[in-house]
Design a protein around this ligand. Sequence first.
Ligand SMILES: Nc1ncnc2c1ncn2[C@@H]1O[C@H](COP(=O)(O)OP(=O)(O)OP(=O)(O)O)[C@@H](O)[C@H]1O
Ligand SMILES: [Mg+2]
Length: 306
Amino acid sequence: MSKTDTDSRSDTQTESQPLVDHTVEGETSEEIRDEWTNYDFDGEAKLSVSELNVYYGDDHALKDIDMEIPEQSVTALIGPSGCGKSTYLRCLNRMNDRIKAARIEGNVEFEGKNIYDADANLVELRKRIGMVFQSPNPFPKSIRDNISYGPRKHGDIDTGLLARVLGRDDGEREERLVERSLKQAALWDEVNDRLGDNALGLSGGQQQRLCIARCLATDPEVILMDEPASALDPIATSKIEDLIEELSEEYTVVVVTHNMQQAQRISDQTAVFLTGGELVEYDDTEKIFSDPESQRVEDYITGKFG
Ligand SMILES: Nc1ncnc2c1ncn2[C@@H]1O[C@H](COP(=O)(O)OP(=O)(O)OP(=O)(O)O)[C@@H](O)[C@H]1O
Ligand SMILES: [Mg+2]
């Protein structure tokens, strides 16, 4: 399809406006949106989002989002500040439940089951769909304890005194898990001689990789990352980018980024949200950045607004 909104450019450039109502071909905005956001991909969907709406009080932050996220790949979420990327990401493992003002409607299917069903087990859900935040947030504990905290909480490791008295010393398992997770997060070589040190003594880039290792330690299937490299220098950023690409061989990664080059480097498909909480276009990353359908998306990725 050619750029159907070409003739409506002047109507569509301000970010506060909704999608065009009609195009030169006479389609309604809803039909266009469905076409631009209906992403055809090979393989299975890991998460299927349908009719998702989020409100913060009267503020309608996400509008009617339908989106399937392919497994074992990297999906980038881009868009101007305030368009709802973090809100959307938090919907995928019910982190928004923790925000009192947030009201969520719609479905997020994870392996065939709606995670918003009343009987969903949130602890289990967040173990399988882990999250890494924008600023590294290690616990003020040792590097080792940061990794083993989650598995211990889930009862996968038991290294306490009582457990030892009962003959259940899983210390060796813990060491293996710590090593595996830190290696997966490309941090092992830098910290293996100081696992007992406080994690807050690590550099920002190391702390972020530790948070990724902590997330991996609970064996998630999906990893949600909200601007994981925005606070890091170019070298640390490139380590995180390499890591994300590697992780996608085994995990389903969904990553928010403001960095267009980063989205192009690391993601397989890109979803563009625009102001007003709309998903405007979703397609192969190469297509989004080389030949987007929407003029507003083109303006955004070429830096004309946002
Ligand atoms: N906890 C909250 N309470 C009330 N409103 C909120 C809350 N979190 C987000 N919002 C509102 O929802 C909208 C989307 O915010 P969100 O943080 O999802 O945007 P974003 O795309 O992640 O932006 P950024 O790129 O700046 O991180 C904004 O209008 C914001 O003010
Ligand atoms: Mg955000």
